[in-house]
Design a protein around this ligand. Structure first.
Ligand SMILES: [Zn+2]
Length: 284
Protein backbone atom coordinates (compact mmCIF):
# COMPACT_ATOMS: atom_id res chain seq x y z
CA UNK A 1 0.00 0.00 0.00
CA UNK A 2 1.41 3.37 -1.02
CA UNK A 3 1.02 5.89 1.74
CA UNK A 4 2.20 9.51 1.72
CA UNK A 5 1.82 12.28 4.24
CA UNK A 6 1.76 16.02 4.60
CA UNK A 7 3.04 17.18 7.99
CA UNK A 8 2.50 20.90 8.64
CA UNK A 9 3.18 22.78 11.88
CA UNK A 10 0.14 24.78 13.06
CA UNK A 11 2.20 27.93 13.61
CA UNK A 12 1.04 30.04 10.68
CA UNK A 13 -0.93 30.02 7.42
CA UNK A 14 -0.34 27.56 4.59
CA UNK A 15 1.35 29.27 1.66
CA UNK A 16 2.00 28.24 -1.94
CA UNK A 17 5.01 26.12 -0.91
CA UNK A 18 2.89 24.07 1.48
CA UNK A 19 0.13 23.71 -1.08
CA UNK A 20 2.65 22.42 -3.63
CA UNK A 21 4.03 19.85 -1.19
CA UNK A 22 0.59 18.71 -0.05
CA UNK A 23 -0.79 18.39 -3.59
CA UNK A 24 2.28 16.42 -4.76
CA UNK A 25 2.06 13.99 -1.85
CA UNK A 26 -1.70 13.65 -2.26
CA UNK A 27 -1.63 13.11 -6.03
CA UNK A 28 1.34 10.71 -5.82
CA UNK A 29 -0.62 8.41 -3.53
CA UNK A 30 -3.99 8.77 -5.22
CA UNK A 31 -2.58 8.12 -8.71
CA UNK A 32 -1.26 4.79 -7.40
CA UNK A 33 -4.34 3.69 -5.47
CA UNK A 34 -2.74 4.66 -2.16
CA UNK A 35 -3.58 6.75 0.87
CA UNK A 36 -2.73 10.31 1.84
CA UNK A 37 -2.29 11.20 5.52
CA UNK A 38 -2.02 14.49 7.38
CA UNK A 39 0.09 14.76 10.51
CA UNK A 40 0.14 17.84 12.72
CA UNK A 41 3.69 18.59 13.84
CA UNK A 42 2.86 20.49 17.02
CA UNK A 43 5.86 19.53 19.13
CA UNK A 44 6.49 23.22 19.74
CA UNK A 45 3.49 23.86 21.97
CA UNK A 46 4.52 27.46 22.63
CA UNK A 47 3.98 28.35 18.96
CA UNK A 48 1.24 25.90 17.90
CA UNK A 49 -2.36 27.18 17.76
CA UNK A 50 -5.57 25.24 17.20
CA UNK A 51 -6.86 28.15 15.06
CA UNK A 52 -3.99 27.60 12.62
CA UNK A 53 -4.70 23.90 12.61
CA UNK A 54 -8.34 24.50 11.65
CA UNK A 55 -7.29 26.88 8.90
CA UNK A 56 -4.84 24.29 7.56
CA UNK A 57 -7.60 21.68 7.25
CA UNK A 58 -9.91 24.24 5.69
CA UNK A 59 -7.31 25.14 3.04
CA UNK A 60 -6.46 21.49 2.28
CA UNK A 61 -10.14 20.69 1.95
CA UNK A 62 -10.67 23.70 -0.33
CA UNK A 63 -7.75 22.49 -2.49
CA UNK A 64 -9.74 19.30 -3.03
CA UNK A 65 -7.47 17.00 -1.04
CA UNK A 66 -8.84 14.07 0.95
CA UNK A 67 -7.00 12.26 3.71
CA UNK A 68 -7.29 9.30 6.01
CA UNK A 69 -8.45 9.85 9.61
CA UNK A 70 -7.71 9.91 12.49
CA UNK A 71 -5.16 12.71 12.28
CA UNK A 72 -1.91 12.16 14.16
CA UNK A 73 -0.70 14.92 16.50
CA UNK A 74 2.93 14.88 17.59
CA UNK A 75 1.99 16.52 20.89
CA UNK A 76 0.17 13.30 21.85
CA UNK A 77 2.99 10.92 20.99
CA UNK A 78 5.38 11.33 23.93
CA UNK A 79 5.16 7.70 25.04
CA UNK A 80 6.07 6.41 21.57
CA UNK A 81 9.06 8.74 21.40
CA UNK A 82 10.15 7.59 24.84
CA UNK A 83 10.12 3.95 23.72
CA UNK A 84 12.42 4.82 20.81
CA UNK A 85 14.74 6.86 23.04
CA UNK A 86 14.91 4.00 25.53
CA UNK A 87 15.73 1.52 22.80
CA UNK A 88 18.64 3.64 21.54
CA UNK A 89 19.74 4.24 25.12
CA UNK A 90 19.68 0.53 25.99
CA UNK A 91 21.87 -0.07 22.97
CA UNK A 92 24.43 2.35 24.40
CA UNK A 93 24.01 4.85 21.58
CA UNK A 94 23.08 7.94 23.64
CA UNK A 95 24.86 10.08 26.19
CA UNK A 96 23.65 13.02 28.30
CA UNK A 97 24.74 16.56 27.43
CA UNK A 98 24.39 19.71 29.52
CA UNK A 99 25.58 22.16 26.86
CA UNK A 100 23.47 25.07 25.67
CA UNK A 101 23.70 26.22 22.05
CA UNK A 102 25.98 28.99 23.29
CA UNK A 103 28.25 26.48 25.06
CA UNK A 104 28.61 24.55 21.80
CA UNK A 105 29.39 27.71 19.83
CA UNK A 106 31.88 28.89 22.46
CA UNK A 107 33.62 25.51 22.47
CA UNK A 108 34.14 25.36 18.71
CA UNK A 109 35.08 29.04 18.33
CA UNK A 110 37.45 29.25 21.31
CA UNK A 111 40.99 30.31 20.41
CA UNK A 112 43.48 27.47 20.07
CA UNK A 113 40.75 24.89 19.84
CA UNK A 114 41.39 21.89 17.65
CA UNK A 115 37.69 21.71 16.68
CA UNK A 116 36.70 22.70 13.21
CA UNK A 117 33.65 24.94 12.81
CA UNK A 118 31.41 22.81 10.66
CA UNK A 119 27.73 23.52 10.12
CA UNK A 120 25.91 20.20 9.71
CA UNK A 121 22.25 19.62 8.79
CA UNK A 122 21.48 20.00 12.49
CA UNK A 123 23.60 23.06 13.32
CA UNK A 124 27.20 23.19 14.50
CA UNK A 125 28.93 19.84 14.77
CA UNK A 126 29.09 19.04 18.47
CA UNK A 127 32.67 19.04 19.78
CA UNK A 128 31.97 16.25 22.27
CA UNK A 129 32.35 18.27 25.47
CA UNK A 130 30.07 15.98 27.53
CA UNK A 131 30.85 12.73 25.80
CA UNK A 132 33.28 11.38 28.36
CA UNK A 133 31.73 13.01 31.44
CA UNK A 134 30.27 10.66 33.96
CA UNK A 135 26.92 12.18 34.91
CA UNK A 136 24.94 10.39 37.57
CA UNK A 137 21.79 8.65 36.37
CA UNK A 138 19.34 10.84 38.26
CA UNK A 139 20.37 13.78 36.11
CA UNK A 140 19.59 12.12 32.81
CA UNK A 141 16.04 13.49 32.47
CA UNK A 142 17.33 17.02 33.11
CA UNK A 143 19.82 16.83 30.27
CA UNK A 144 19.68 16.56 26.54
CA UNK A 145 20.55 13.18 25.03
CA UNK A 146 22.91 13.02 22.08
CA UNK A 147 23.46 10.24 19.57
CA UNK A 148 27.01 8.90 19.74
CA UNK A 149 27.73 9.01 16.01
CA UNK A 150 30.93 6.97 16.34
CA UNK A 151 29.00 4.06 17.80
CA UNK A 152 25.98 4.60 15.55
CA UNK A 153 28.04 4.50 12.37
CA UNK A 154 29.88 1.38 13.52
CA UNK A 155 26.53 -0.34 14.19
CA UNK A 156 25.36 0.30 10.65
CA UNK A 157 28.26 0.74 8.27
CA UNK A 158 26.14 1.74 5.30
CA UNK A 159 22.61 3.01 4.80
CA UNK A 160 20.40 2.83 1.75
CA UNK A 161 18.65 6.10 0.93
CA UNK A 162 15.85 5.14 -1.40
CA UNK A 163 15.46 8.39 -3.30
CA UNK A 164 12.99 8.56 -6.14
CA UNK A 165 12.14 11.08 -8.85
CA UNK A 166 8.82 12.80 -9.52
CA UNK A 167 7.74 10.07 -11.95
CA UNK A 168 8.30 7.46 -9.23
CA UNK A 169 11.47 5.95 -10.75
CA UNK A 170 14.53 5.45 -8.55
CA UNK A 171 17.52 7.75 -8.39
CA UNK A 172 20.93 6.12 -8.74
CA UNK A 173 23.66 5.94 -6.07
CA UNK A 174 21.71 5.27 -2.91
CA UNK A 175 24.18 3.42 -0.68
CA UNK A 176 25.96 5.78 1.74
CA UNK A 177 28.89 4.99 4.05
CA UNK A 178 27.91 6.23 7.51
CA UNK A 179 31.53 6.81 8.66
CA UNK A 180 31.38 10.24 7.00
CA UNK A 181 28.53 11.22 9.37
CA UNK A 182 31.00 11.51 12.29
CA UNK A 183 32.49 14.60 10.68
CA UNK A 184 29.59 16.11 8.76
CA UNK A 185 26.63 15.41 11.05
CA UNK A 186 28.17 14.69 14.44
CA UNK A 187 26.52 13.83 17.75
CA UNK A 188 23.04 15.27 17.22
CA UNK A 189 20.53 15.93 20.01
CA UNK A 190 17.67 13.41 20.01
CA UNK A 191 15.92 14.57 23.14
CA UNK A 192 16.11 17.79 25.06
CA UNK A 193 15.52 18.51 28.71
CA UNK A 194 12.52 16.73 30.31
CA UNK A 195 12.31 14.21 27.45
CA UNK A 196 11.26 16.72 24.80
CA UNK A 197 11.98 14.82 21.62
CA UNK A 198 13.93 16.27 18.70
CA UNK A 199 12.29 16.63 15.30
CA UNK A 200 14.54 14.00 13.65
CA UNK A 201 13.48 11.27 16.04
CA UNK A 202 9.80 12.26 16.11
CA UNK A 203 9.47 12.22 12.34
CA UNK A 204 11.10 8.80 12.04
CA UNK A 205 8.95 7.26 14.80
CA UNK A 206 5.78 8.79 13.31
CA UNK A 207 6.47 7.72 9.73
CA UNK A 208 6.99 4.17 11.01
CA UNK A 209 3.82 4.25 13.14
CA UNK A 210 1.74 5.57 10.23
CA UNK A 211 3.21 3.11 7.73
CA UNK A 212 4.35 5.90 5.40
CA UNK A 213 5.85 4.27 2.31
CA UNK A 214 6.81 7.43 0.39
CA UNK A 215 7.95 10.65 2.06
CA UNK A 216 7.29 13.59 -0.28
CA UNK A 217 8.91 16.80 0.97
CA UNK A 218 11.05 19.79 0.01
CA UNK A 219 14.69 19.73 -1.05
CA UNK A 220 15.52 21.71 2.11
CA UNK A 221 15.09 18.47 4.06
CA UNK A 222 17.28 16.34 1.79
CA UNK A 223 20.39 16.74 4.02
CA UNK A 224 18.35 15.53 7.02
CA UNK A 225 17.33 12.36 5.19
CA UNK A 226 20.69 10.74 5.98
CA UNK A 227 19.95 11.24 9.68
CA UNK A 228 16.47 9.81 9.29
CA UNK A 229 17.59 6.71 7.40
CA UNK A 230 20.34 6.11 9.96
CA UNK A 231 17.81 6.33 12.81
CA UNK A 232 15.44 3.95 10.98
CA UNK A 233 18.29 1.44 10.77
CA UNK A 234 19.23 1.83 14.43
CA UNK A 235 15.59 1.39 15.51
CA UNK A 236 15.03 -1.63 13.26
CA UNK A 237 12.50 0.14 11.02
CA UNK A 238 12.39 -0.25 7.26
CA UNK A 239 13.03 2.99 5.38
CA UNK A 240 10.43 4.63 3.16
CA UNK A 241 11.18 6.00 -0.30
CA UNK A 242 12.07 9.71 -0.37
CA UNK A 243 10.99 12.21 -2.98
CA UNK A 244 12.46 15.70 -2.51
CA UNK A 245 10.69 18.35 -4.56
CA UNK A 246 11.78 21.83 -5.64
CA UNK A 247 11.07 24.75 -3.31
CA UNK A 248 8.57 27.42 -4.30
CA UNK A 249 10.23 30.84 -4.33
CA UNK A 250 8.83 34.35 -4.22
CA UNK A 251 9.31 36.95 -6.97
CA UNK A 252 12.83 37.77 -5.75
CA UNK A 253 13.96 34.14 -5.75
CA UNK A 254 13.70 33.74 -1.98
CA UNK A 255 12.12 30.65 -0.48
CA UNK A 256 8.63 31.26 0.94
CA UNK A 257 8.48 31.38 4.73
CA UNK A 258 5.65 31.21 7.23
CA UNK A 259 5.56 34.99 7.50
CA UNK A 260 4.98 35.47 3.77
CA UNK A 261 1.30 36.12 4.30
CA UNK A 262 1.01 37.65 0.85
CA UNK A 263 1.47 34.16 -0.62
CA UNK A 264 -0.85 32.45 1.85
CA UNK A 265 -3.59 30.27 0.43
CA UNK A 266 -6.24 32.18 2.37
CA UNK A 267 -5.09 35.45 0.76
CA UNK A 268 -5.47 33.94 -2.71
CA UNK A 269 -8.88 32.57 -1.72
CA UNK A 270 -9.98 36.03 -0.57
CA UNK A 271 -8.90 37.39 -3.92
CA UNK A 272 -11.15 34.88 -5.70
CA UNK A 273 -8.60 32.27 -6.80
CA UNK A 274 -9.80 28.74 -7.57
CA UNK A 275 -7.91 25.55 -6.58
CA UNK A 276 -6.90 25.15 -10.23
CA UNK A 277 -5.27 28.61 -10.07
CA UNK A 278 -3.18 27.52 -7.08
CA UNK A 279 -2.06 24.41 -8.97
CA UNK A 280 -1.12 26.55 -11.96
CA UNK A 281 0.82 29.01 -9.79
CA UNK A 282 3.11 26.21 -8.52
CA UNK A 283 3.46 24.62 -11.95
CA UNK A 284 1.10 21.68 -11.57
ZN1 LIG B 1 27.44 18.84 26.22
Amino acid sequence: MIRTRFAPSPTGPLHLGHAYSAILAHDFAKARGGEFLVRIEDLDQSRSRSEWEMKIFDDLNWLGLTWVTPIMHQSQRASSYEIAINKLSENGLLYPCKCSRKDVRDAVTAPQTEFKIIEGPDGLIYPGTCKYQKYSNENVAENALRLDMNKASSRCITINNQNIKMNGSRENKNIIKTSQFIENIGDIVLSRKSMEVAYHLAVVVDDEAQGVSHVVRGLDLKPATNIHVLLQNLLGYSSPYYLHHKLIKDGTGKRLAKRDDAKSISKFREQGAKPADIRAMVGL
